[in-house]
Design a protein around this ligand. Structure first.
Ligand SMILES: Nc1ncnc2c1ncn2[C@@H]1O[C@H](COP(=O)(O)OS(=O)(=O)O)[C@@H](OP(=O)(O)O)[C@H]1O
Length: 691
C-alpha cells in the first residue's frame, strides 16, 4: 500500500476543487471550481493504490493543453489510517493557498474528532460611519442611497435580517452639493430601513475634550438632531472618530456617553493594538462593553476601484479567499467599519460586502447571522469571559495611541518602575531612600489604601489609567525624573504581572521567608488583628488544613504564601525578561543600604549617581539606617517599621525552614539561572541542615 507524493516542482497552476464526498469537509464546502492561479510552483500531487487514501482536493496542470483535457491531480489526500491506525490529512502545498487554510481547520476538527472545532455561526455587523460628515465631492447621492437599500435587500438573502448600521453626525447635514443634500434627504426618508447609532456631533475626536459640559453640550446637539429627524436613538451603541477616547480610555467620553446616550456598547480596532489584527480583543469598562472591530480594507478615501491600493485585483483577492474572507472565517463575531464615502462614487463597500458574503456562501458552510450591537456584545463576552477584565497598556509605547491621548496626559504621569514587595521586606525603607534621590520621584501616597496606591492588584485597577495617573502629577519639580510606585502586595498577586507588563522594570526585595512571615505576624498584631489575639505565631503557621477554622487558614496563607518566592518570581518571569526584574537582598538593604542603592542606580543607568553615603546613616537608637537631616539629626522610619519584638522561637523557625525548603531550593536554582553570582546569606542559612 502506498501513497506516492514525491513529485516536486510540479506546476499545479489552475483550477482547484474539493471532493464533496470527503468526510473532512466541515467549514469548507465544495463550491465548484476555483479558477487559479494557485500560489507556488512546487506542488506535490498524490497517487494511491489503496482505499485508505481518499482525495480531499484536486488541482490541475494547465500547461499547454485545452481545459477539457485537464486531468485532476489530488493535491490534498486523506489517509483513513487503515494501514497503521493513524488518520492523516496530507497537503501537497503549504497554507498560502486560502482553500488549504479552510481544509487545515477542517482537518484539525476531523482528526481531533470535533475537539478542535470552531462554531459555524458568523455574526456580521457593518457600521457605516460619518453619515453626513463626508467632504463635499465624496458624499452619497440619491441613487447611491437607493442602491444601498437594494443591495441591503440582496444581502438579506445571504445574511438574514441584515441591516447596515448608520452612525450620524448631525452638524454636517446638508453641507454638500445640491445632489449630495438630496442624498442626505433620501437617507432620512428611508430612516426605518437601517439601524442607527450616534457619532460625534461635529466629528471632533473625544480625547481633545477636557471639559465635561462642553462634550455633553455637543452630544446633546446630536441627540436633538436625531429627535428632530426621527432617527431612532436607542441602540446604546456608539463609535468615536478614529477610536479616540475608547482606548486608550478617556474617562470623560465614557462619562458623557453614559449620561447623554446611555451607551453600553462600542467597538475599536485599537485594543490592545491595531496590529496584529488577530490579537485584537474586547474589554468592559464602567459597564460599557468594548468589542474588537475588524478591518475591511475600506477607508474614508477608498472610493474608486482603480485607486484601491493594488487595484481591483487586490480587492478581489481580499474578497475571494484573501484577507477579508479569512477575517470572517476566523472571527465568530465581526464588526466592520466603513464610511459614507465608501457608498458614493464607485460604491466600493456595496460591492465588497455583497461579494464576500456570496463567496462565503459558495465556499463554506458558515452560517452568516446578523444581530444588533447589544446582542453581539452579550454573545461576545459570553464566548470570551476572560476578556471582560481589561489589561491597560502603556499608551507611551504605541505611536497610534499617543496620537489619540489627551495633551493633558503625559508619559511622565506613568511610573517607569515599580517596587513590588513582598510585604515586610523593607519596601518602605527603599521607597524612602529612593525618594531622596534628586532624579527619582515617587507616587503621591494614597489616603484610601494606606499610602500605597495598590492599583494593579485590586479593584482600583477598574478605575482605569486616568485614575492611576493622578498619583503621578506632572510639575517642574518632577518632570524629567524617573517616576516610580511602591505597593508591597503586588509581588504575590496572581494577576499583577500580566497587568504591569507594559510598565518596566520592577524591583523586588527578598529576605528570609521565615523571618518575613514572623515580621508580618508582628505587623498584624500591632494592627490589632483578632487572629493574633487568639493564636500564637506557632499556632498560625502550623494551622492544620483539615481542622483549623477557615479564618485561621486564610490568615496562615496570607502570612506564609508571599514567602514562596520562587513560585511568584516564576510568574513574573512569564511576563518580564529577567533583566527587567531587579532583586534586592533585604538583609543587605538593612545592613548596607548604600551599596544596595548604588547597585540599583546602575540598574537604572542613572549618571552621575547620587552619593547616598552622605545622605543616610546608621541610627544606633533605631537600629536601622535613616535619612540625614540638614540640621544634622536623623529622620528614621516610623515606629511601625523596624519594630521591637522578641525573636522567633526555635521551634517555629525550624518548622518554617522545613516548610520553605522546596521553595528556597527552587529559589537558589532560579537565582543561578538568572545569573546571580552571590546567593544571599539568609538563603544559605535557611537551607543549612544544622537543625
Ligand atoms: N532602614 C530601615 N528602617 C526601618 N525598617 C527597615 C529598614 N530597612 C529595612 N527595614 C525592614 O523593613 C521592614 C518593614 O518592611 P516594609 O516596609 O516592606 O513593610 S510593609 O509591607 O510596607 O508594611 C521592617 O520589618 P520589622 O523589623 O519587622 O518591623 C524592617 O526590618
Amino acid at each position: 500500500m502506498y501513497v506516492d507524493a514525491a513529485i516536486q516542482n510540479f506546476p499545479v497552476t489552475d483550477d482547484a476543487m474539493l471532493n464533496s464526498a470527503s468526510p473532512v469537509l466541515r467549514v469548507a464546502r465544495a463550491g465548484g471550481v476555483y479558477q487559479g492561479p494557485l500560489p507556488g510552483d512546487d506542488w506535490s500531487v498524490f497517487t494511491a493504490n489503496h482505499t485508505t487514501y481518499e482525495p480531499v482536493a484536486w488541482g490541475s496542470n494547465s500547461s499547454g493543453g485545452e481545459r477539457d483535457e485537464y486531468i485532476p491531480l489530488a493535491t490534498v489526500m486523506q489517509d483513513h489510517g487503515m494501514y497503521d491506525g493513524i488518520s492523516r490529512v496530507l497537503f501537497g502545498n503549504g497554507l498560502n493557498f486560502w482553500l488549504h487554510r479552510l481544509l487545515f481547520l477542517d482537518s484539525l476538527s476531523y482528526l481531533s474528532k470535533g475537539l478542535l472545532s470552531i462554531s459555524l455561526e458568523r455574526q456580521v455587523l457593518v457600521d457605516i460611519d460619518d453619515i453626513f460628515v463626508g467632504e463635499s465631492g465624496i458624499r452619497m447621492w440619491k441613487d447611491d442611497v437607493h442602491d444601498l437599500i437594494e443591495t441591503q435587500d440582496r444581502i438579506r438573502q445571504l445574511v438574514p435580517g441584515f441591516k447596515f448600521n448608520l452612525g450620524f453626525s448631525g452638524k454636517y447635514f446638508h453641507r454638500g452639493t445640491w445632489e449630495e443634500n438630496e442624498g442626505d434627504d433620501t437617507i432620512l426618508e428611508n430612516v426605518d430601513k437601517f439601524n442607527w447609532f450616534c457619532h460625534m456631533w461635529n466629528h471632533m475626536q473625544p480625547h481633545l475634550y477636557n471639559n465635561e459640559t462642553h462634550l455633553e453640550y455637543e452630544m446633546s446637539l446630536n441627540k436633538a438632531f436625531a429627535e428632530a429627524h426621527g432617527i431612532p436613538a436607542n441602540s446604546s451603541y456608539s463609535v468615536a472618530p478614529h477610536h479616540s477616547g475608547v482606548y486608550p480610555v478617556h474617562e470623560l467620553l465614557y462619562t458623557v456617553w453614559k449620561k447623554v446616550w446611555k451607551i453600553r456598547v462600542t467597538s475599536t480596532e485599537e485594543y490592545p493594538h491595531l496590529r496584529p489584527a488577530r490579537l485584537r480583543r474586547g474589554f468592559v469598562h464602567r459597564g460599557i462593553k468594548v468589542l474588537p472591530r475588524q478591518t475591511c480594507g475600506l477607508f474614508t478615501h477608498t472610493i474608486y476601484v482603480d485607486r484601491y491600493p493594488g487595484g481591483r485585483r487586490k480587492l478581489d483577492e481580499s474578497i475571494m479567499g484573501g484577507e477579508l474572507f479569512q477575517t470572517i472565517v476566523y472571527n465568530p463575531i465581526n464588526v466592520f467599519m466603513s464610511h459614507m464615502s465608501n457608498y458614493g462614487s464607485d460604491r466600493l463597500a456595496l460591492y465588497t460586502f455583497e461579494s464576500v458574503f456570496q463567496f462565503i456562501r459558495c465556499w463554506t458552510n458558515l452560517k452568516l447571522v446578523s444581530s444588533g450591537p447589544m446582542e453581539l456584545a452579550d454573545k461576545y463576552f459570553k464566548m470570551y469571559p476572560e476578556e471582560i477584565d481589561p489589561v491597560w497598556g502603556n499608551p507611551c509605547l504605541d505611536q497610534r495611541h499617543l496620537k489619540i491621548w489627551s495633551y493633558k496626559k503625559s508619559c511622565q504621569h506613568l511610573p517607569k518602575f515599580l517596587v513590588i514587595g513582598p510585604q515586610k521586606t523593607g519596601t518602605t525603607a527603599l521607597y524612602t531612600f529612593l525618594s531622596m534621590h534628586p532624579n527619582i520621584s515617587a507616587n503621591i501616597p494614597s489616603k484610601e489604601t494606606f499610602e500605597e496606591i495598590q492599583f494593579f492588584n485590586g479593584r482600583n485597577y477598574y478605575k482605569g489609567l486616568d485614575w492611576y495617573m493622578q498619583f503621578f502629577p506632572s510639575n517642574d519639580s518632577v518632570d524629567n525624573k524617573i517616576v516610580f510606585e511602591k505597593s508591597a502586595t503586588y509581588f504575590d498577586s496572581d494577576i499583577v504581572p500580566k497587568r504591569v507588563q507594559a510598565l518596566l522594570p520592577n524591583v523586588t526585595i527578598l529576605i528570609s521567608p521565615a523571618k518575613r512571615a514572623y515580621s508580618w505576624y508582628q505587623h498584624a498584631k500591632a494592627h490589632g488583628d483578632p487572629n493574633t489575639l487568639k493564636y500564637s505565631f506557632h499556632q498560625v503557621i502550623t494551622a492544620n488544613e483539615s481542622v483549623a477554622p477557615k479564618s485561621l487558614r486564610d490568615f496562615r496563607n496570607r502570612c506564609l504564601n508571599p514567602g514562596k518566592y520562587a513560585l511568584h518570581i516564576e510568574r513574573w518571569l512569564d511576563y518580564f525578561h529577567h533583566n527587567n526584574l531587579h532583586i534586592i537582598d533585604g538583609d543587605q538593604l538593612k545592613s548596607n543600604p548604600v551599596d544596595v542603592l548604588d547597585q540599583f542606580q546602575k540598574f537604572l543607568k542613572i549618571t552621575p549617581p547620587f552619593d547616598y553615603s552622605s545622605h543616610i546613616r546608621y541610627d544606633a537608637k533605631k537600629g536601622f539606617f535613616c535619612k540625614v537631616l540638614e540640621g544634622g539629626g536623623n529622620k528614621c522610619l516610623g515606629k511601625g517599621k523596624g519594630r521591637q519584638y522578641a525573636t522567633m522561637d526555635a521551634e517555629s523557625y525550624k518548622y518554617l525552614r522545613e516548610y520553605y525548603m522546596p521553595y528556597n531550593t527552587a529559589l537558589v536554582k532560579l537565582l543561578r539561572k538568572l545569573e546571580h553570582t552571590t546567593i544571599p546569606q539568609w538563603l544559605k542559612d535557611d537551607l543549612s541542615y544544622s537543625w
